[in-house]
Write a protein that binds this ligand. Sequence first.
Ligand code: ADP
Length: 481
Amino acid sequence: MQVLSVTPEIFPLIKTGGLADVTGALPEALAGLGVGTRSLVPGYPVVMSALKKKKAVHLYTALQGGKAALHAAEIGGLDMLVLDAPHLFDRPGGPYGDATGADWQDNWRRFAALGRVGADIAAGVVKDYKPDIVHAHDWQSAMTLAYMRYGEAAKVPSVMTVHNLAFQGQFGASIFAGLGLPQQAMALDGIEYYGGVGFLKAGLQAAWAITTVSPTYAQEIRTPAFGMGLDGLINLRAAELHGIVNGIDDDIWNPETDKHLAATYTAKSLKGRKANKRAIEERMTLDRDDGPIYCVVSRLTWQKGIDILASIIDPVVASGARLAILGSGDAGLEGALLAAAARHRGRVGVVIGYDEGLSHQLQGGADGILIPSRFEPCGLTQLYGLRYGCVPIVARTGGLADTVIDANEAAVAAGVATGFQFAPENAGDFHHAILRANALYADPAAWASLQRQGMKADVSWDRSAQKYAALYRMLLSKRDA
Ligand code: ADP
């Protein structure tokens, strides 16, 4: 079986969030199950410079205002199709905007082009390659499914995965003329969305199956509180909606082999964690003591509940815990955290920025990881936390609810607990969860058993890949029915 994965990000080449981890890791896990994946990605500068031997497999004389070429390449073990369209993708900054974070004005063009090319591949423009399934990730890839539906590949089964419903790709109605779709597409059951054009909406409407990245989030997005305007449509398509939890890439996230750590370790012997904790104290200028360090590795945004965290830093510090925070995002939240660090020298360390290595060190040395998200489709940092014995303390929402077992009395007694959960958006309950963690931390044997139980949890891609493979097979039998 051959799957074309269409994605705006892929680890390790280009990543702004968990989506890249998923699209980077799933191909290898699926390969073990007899499913081949080719990934179509935009030719951003970092992607183009990673192309060693490039071979054009298709040329466009005019694609959204310029010439473009599609290159087949293997990069880091990934089988890729790279859309080289310099007028759309050859620019500095991030994948969606300039260095200041402002979105590119022509994002609709850039990702309509990606979608057009995805649909062309599904229809067979690349010689000797015809995917059995097309799998689109997030709004940037969603137009693939619309172009397929209104073009020549309507009979190719498709999957639309929503990694975060908050990002929808909404544009004004005036762009419709530039999309090159038939007039009938500008309809309620097509790509029209609140009077404009909705890319994700179009994909959700056209997909044969819809997935999101945890069972709980799949239920949550059917409600107005989490549906972000799309709950009506998602309810209509509830029979085709699936929740599949992400896995983690064991080659990259493995405390036994992790090169970013001062000391590696195993579930059997957690001793190495001590050296890693000392390294964190050094790096984040924290006092050295025997109390717990809780880390944060996150985008600093409202979604992630960082304002809620900021509101309880003083009592958390008063409880004796130290905080090691890595993240970047909203200026106001960065400022609030830096102010807390200044108020609590030696107790709160804050690094503003994106630092892959430090994110590993924190998981390998901190005692717990705090994740107070308001909503969390899946979340990866709690999975890394489980794998690394960095006990997750999480809001009970989305994938966080699905992957962490709260250390309530019964779960501790039964030896199944892996972390702590608290009521979302509830600063009091968040604080209380940290106090519960402090209490358990004071009992080293109990804490170690919590860590080991988490490290035993199956957070591998194998389990998730089996679910995707089963979904693909189900769609193929639907096609053939
Ligand atoms: P989201 O995709 O919503 O940002 P996830 O938890 O699914 O949240 O994935 C976030 C990913 O980005 C994880 O791999 C996490 O380790 C990483 N990450 C987030 N912020 C930083 C940072 N400041 N430095 C390094 N890695 C980060």
